[in-house]
Design a protein. Structure first.
Length: 241
């Protein structure tokens, strides 16, 4: 019997059905509820495996479905198409993120996790999703982006309520200097508690064990370890014991 509970959960947003996965350790009493946004493949075996690696006795993780229950990209080309369609309508994307957060809120309540003990993290496209939910004013303790895009068609206009941590490959070809400058100005303007860490020599997808496109997307286990340690440190800070 697996030590991990993996519960598929259907939910609806704007009349469309989505299916995310709630994970936690069997027999644990988690005290933190985390929303995880996967990369541009959406719900996949790799995304579930990534969530499983982040579990401990304190955490329940809900892996959100960004594309819909019937959309499961199998190739990078299909993933790009699915991501492009969602990013073309930022308001709809934020609605999907709010819908997934509502599922986490409900399931966290069932597990006895207090509403003020919730945070979000995401990878690549999912990192951008974490930042979009922060910009949307979601009341979470923290938002963490791993090698995510920083640009947005709708910068934050109100307060960003949780701490923001951006973990970026210093040589990521998908993150421009202009987007870095705009992000700083946006976060400062929103009065955010934010931090951006550059990892020297790292490119895109440095936490993805399957990434191997030199100069573009490459797994870096040393950088991944440091980045996850930074997320864990922030969560310990905002949640306390």
């Amino acid at each position: 019997m697996s030590d991990i509970v993996n519960q598929a959960i259907d939910y609806e947003v704007d009349g469309q059905t989505f299916q995310g996965h709630l994970l936690y350790l069997r027999g644990a009493t988690p005290s933190r509820a985390l929303l995880m946004a996967p990369n541009f493949f959406g719900i996949s075996d790799a995304a579930i495996a990534q969530a499983e690696r982040r579990l401990d006795n304190t955490r329940a993780i809900f892996v959100l479905d960004p594309f819909g229950k019937d959309v499961r990209p199998q190739t990078p080309e299909q993933a790009m198409e699915a991501m492009g369609a969602v990013r073309a309508d930022n308001a709809a994307l934020r609605a999907r993120l709010r819908g997934a957060l509502a599922v986490l809120e409900r399931e966290a309540g069932e597990l006895g996790i207090a509403r003020d003990r919730m945070a979000m993290f995401g990878f690549c496209f999912g990192g951008a999703c974490a930042l979009e939910l922060a910009r949307d004013g979601a009341d979470l303790r923290a938002f963490v982006s791993f090698h995510g895009l920083l640009d947005t068609p709708a910068p934050a206009t109100g307060p960003v309520k949780g701490s923001v941590l951006v973990l970026n490959g210093a040589d990521d070809p998908m993150v421009s200097e202009d987007s870095l400058k705009a992000f700083k100005q946006e976060m400062d303007g929103a009065g955010a508690d934010w931090q951006l860490t550059h990892f020297g020599g790292a490119v895109h997808s440095f936490t993805d064990p399957g990434a191997n496109i030199p100069g573009r997307s490459v797994y870096d286990p040393k950088v991944a370890r440091r980045a996850f340690a930074a997320m864990d440190d922030l969560f310990n800070e905002v949640f306390g014991a």
